[in-house]
Structure formats: C-alpha cells, structure tokens
Design a protein around this ligand. Sequence first.
Ligand code: 13P
Length: 237
Amino acid sequence: VSVKALKYADELVQTAGKVASKGRGILAMDESNATCGKRLQSIGLENTEDSRRAYRELLVTTPGLGQYISGAILFEETLFQKPEVLLDGEHDIDACLEVQEAVWAETFKYLADNKVLFEGILLKPAMVTPGADAKVKASPETVATYTLNLLRRRVPPAVPGIMFLSGGQSELEATLNLNAMNQSPNPWHVSFSYARALQNSVLKSWQGKPENLAAGQEALLKRAKANSDAQLGQYDA
Ligand code: 13P
C-alpha cells in the first residue's frame, strides 16, 4: 500500500461509512449525455444541454432529499466502470447466480491482489434475478434469498456497503426486493444506488414543464423515502 493511499485511508473509510448510513442510499444520475437523451426523449424533450441541466437541477434541488439520499453519482465524476450483470435475457435465476458467483470471485481476487482497502469501498452489484424475459418470475423473498447467498459467499464483511443498481426492474420491484433483503440483519449496509428506479416516475410527472417541477420533485422524494424504508426493512406497500 503506497504512502499516498495510507494518507487518505481514514477519510476514505469515513466517507464510505457516511454513504452507507442507516436508511439512506445513492441517487445514481450518471447517465451519459446519450442515455440522458433517451430518458428525455421518453417525455418528448429534446436532448439539449439546457434540458439536461433543468432535469438534473430538478433532481438535486428536491427539498428534504438528504434525509433519504446520502450521495449521488454524477456523469463527469464516474470514477470506475461497472464489472455489471445485465437483466436482459430469458435465463432463470440459477443461471444468474452462477454467472454472478464467477464475476464476484474474480473481482474480489483482483481487488485483494491489488491491496484495495475493503473498508473503503462500496459495491454496486445487480441483484440475482431471472432474466427480464424469463418465463418464471421470482418473488422478492426468492430474489432476497439468492442475492444474500451470493453476497455471503463472495463479499467479505469488511466491505461497508452494498449499493444495488435497479437494472431495469420496475420502481416497485426494486423497492420490494431491497425491503426483502433487509428483513434480518446483514453484515453489510444493504441499500440502493438506483437511477431508473428513482427517476422513472420523476420524468413522467415532470414532462419537461416548469409548472411540473414540484410534482417531479415530489415523485423523487416518494421513491427515495420508499427505498429508505426498504433499507430499514420497513417498507409497507
Ligand atoms: P439503474 O438503477 O438504472 O440500473 O442504474 C444504476 C446505475 O448503474 C447508474 O450508475
């Protein structure tokens, strides 16, 4: 471990701990301009710098958001690419587990070989679910059992936070699955780092119209609170 890394170790561990704090998770808003354009297009807006700024401003100026959101991931500041297992496909949940076990075994081997400080990282995995087009769907309890099995097998308890991406799940599915995982204590803070599952209804409510700003912010706060409750295992649909 380099001297420079040691110098920042305490700060890094403290920051990871703050982000992974009770009842809070991450607002992922690191869409590239192209992806942000797709989201804006879905409500009939042009992908201009002005509309991207208006949308991002709506998100970050939502009053009271800090109670449920402990950090945000921004496009310009994305520091690493993500090892992500996509939801696409017809495969079943067992196939997803097998692939994720292989991915995380390799990832953690490399992290350990490179002396990464596990207390200072946050992991952002996909949940273990059947493919989006699979014939058999999985209940939140099944998703929770498979996903927690995966984490227990592959992720050391020194890692402070597991911040799941939503990966194309519906807003409600993402909340229910997270809630199911927090029904009993876990060695890590099990939380969210959702983009689509926090933003889908924001876009629908906003529609790019200044008069809908408050409605958009209200939609964001509603999803943020629901996921905060789910982080505590107390979400009540
Ligand atoms: P989704 O929650 O939409 O999958 O995006 C999360 C993400 O990975 C962005 O950082």
